[in-house]
Every structure is written in C-alpha cells, then in structure tokens.
Design a protein around this ligand. Structure first.
Ligand SMILES: [Zn+2]
Length: 298
C-alpha cells in the first residue's frame, strides 16, 4: 500500500484514527473507559488525598475521556504556543475541602524547550491561593521548534505528541507527579499516570551511581536508541553513524516512552483532542490492533 513518496503511514494514520477512535467514542456503557464525571475525576481526587491510593497497572481502563473544560484549555494552550513556539504549562491540583479538581484559569509561558522551575513554583503558589491542597500533576505543550538543532534540520522537530525522556523522569522519580499530560501542535495528546507498581523509593538503580538525575536519565534512554544528546551545544546526533527516516525517528521516540513506562510501571494514554485517549502502555486491545495494522501497511 506504499505510494511513491513512501508517506503512507502519515495518511493512513488519520484513517486509522477515525476508524479506531471514532468507533470507540460510542462506548458510553463500556466499563473499560473512564469518563470524567463518573470515574476519572474521582480517581484524581482520591490520589490527591492519598498518593498511595494509585491503581495497579492492570486496573487502568482501555480508554480515558477528558472533559470539555480540559480540552478547551488544552486547545487554548496550543493556540498560544503556535504564536511564539514557547511551551505552555499548567498544574493539575485538587481541592480536598470542596472535592474538586483545579485547573488554573491561566497557564504560564515557558521557554521553547522547557518551563523553568521558578515559573512553575510561582504558578503553584497561585494555585494554592485559589484553594489547591495538593498539586497532583501538570500539562504542558510541545512547540514545533523545540529540540535540538541537528535534528530540527532533518526532522522539523524533535518533539512529537509523546513525552520526552526528561518529562517521564518527573513521573518515574521518587514522589513524582501522579499524572501528567502533553499536547503537541497537531493536537496529539499523551497522558501518563503513576501506578501502584511505580516505586516510591529511589528507583534508578539501573543507572550508574552519581548519574541518576534528570539529564543522565534522558541521556541513558536516548543512548539506548543510538541517539546522543549534547546539552551544552544543544545538538543530537546518531551514534555509529546510525541514520533513520523521520517516521522511524518518531517510532523510536514512542519506543522510548513505551520502554520507560514498562520499566517504571507507568500507564500511558494517547489520542487526539476530543477523542478517547487509548492506553498505549500496557497496550490495550485497540493499540495492539493499531500496531498490527501499522505493520501490515509497511
Ligand atoms: Zn515535554
């Protein structure tokens, strides 16, 4: 099914999404989806009260559905990001007294590749002023032009709708974020949840001692895919002259997400804005089907 340009996957991907996610949008009675009002919201409130009440990995549903209020906010964040290619960031917080989730009325602006700790802590203080008891996580955008020079030339962008390895470090680390979301400019959304199986204690024993910080973590996982990142020069190059196409590169980044999730027992969901997000790790029957189709298209 390949056409002359070899661009089949991008195009067929859209049809797949329509077929898979469109169909699954009708599963109102399906117990394998967490809608916001009947399940997701209460789960977030519960983990806000007690971070040890996270579900075990195999109790996460096949799909989750974000409420309109969240998708509206995400859309606004994306539209703003498009204007200047800087990341936008907002926290997700719980207000235990009133049993509600607080998404801020205003999100904050970061740099093209990250949001600084100072900006984040100011933002968290604002939320506390609005009645937040516990910050359980965050959502941020990925601009097109973030990333590293040498890859920008070749691939337009380093980041796609997936998390960077550095993002997943924040979910995997001790007392890490319980939930996090990322959205890119094509409005692809990815969410990650810590689970009962995500270790609370220091859990980077597979990294050498003295190299268990965020930068070393990211380095380790990209190197596992033959990519070397130079943080000072802000370049990324392939080790051993390894070369790959843009599609392969995107697959490779998703592989990193998959493998980190597997290593740290994180549940990952992905989908487009206004669709059900489908469990990517551990793979749901839908994503297994998708992988199968994708192989067939190659
Ligand atoms: Zn990120």
């Amino acid at each position: 099914m390949a056409n002359e340009t070899g661009e089949t996957w991008r195009r067929d991907d859209d049809n797949l999404e329509e077929t898979l996610y469109g169909l699954t949008g009708q599963t109102e009675s399906n117990k394998d989806i967490w809608f916001y009002d009947n399940r997701l919201k209460w789960y977030l409130i519960a983990i806000g009260k007690d971070p040890n009440s996270t579900e075990s990995l195999n109790n996460f549903p096949d799909m989750i559905r974000l409420p309109k209020s969240w998708t509206r906010l995400l859309k606004e964040m994306v539209d703003d990001t498009k204007k200047d290619n800087h990341e936008r960031y907002c926290s997700i917080a719980t207000d235990n007294n009133n049993g509600r989730i607080l998404l801020p009325l205003e999100y904050v602006k970061g740099a093209p590749t990250c949001v600084s700790g100072d900006v984040i802590s100011d933002h968290k203080n604002t939320l506390k002023g609005l009645g937040a008891d516990k910050i359980i996580g965050s959502i941020h955008t990925h601009p097109n032009k973030s990333g590293y020079r040498s890859l920008l030339k070749r691939f337009d962008r380093l980041y796609t709708g997936d998390f960077s390895a550095a993002d997943l470090y924040i979910s995997a680390k001790k007392d890490g974020e319980l939930v996090a979301g990322v959205i890119d400019l094509s409005k692809e959304i990815t969410f990650v949840f810590r689970t009962r199986g995500t270790k609370q204690e220091e859990n980077f024993n597979y990294l050498p001692k003295g190299y268990r910080d965020q930068v070393s973590f990211e380095d380790y996982w990209y190197r596992s895919k033959n990519i070397e990142v130079d943080y000072e020069k802000r370049t990324a190059t392939y080790l051993n002259n390894h070369n790959c196409s843009r599609d392969e590169f995107i697959d490779l980044r998703w592989d990193v997400n998959y493998e980190i999730a597997k290593k740290h027992n994180l549940a990952i969901y992905r989908g487009k804005l206004d669709t059900n997000l489908v469990r990517f790790y551990p793979p749901s029957w839908i994503s297994s089907k998708e992988t199968e189709w994708k192989k067939r298209l190659k």
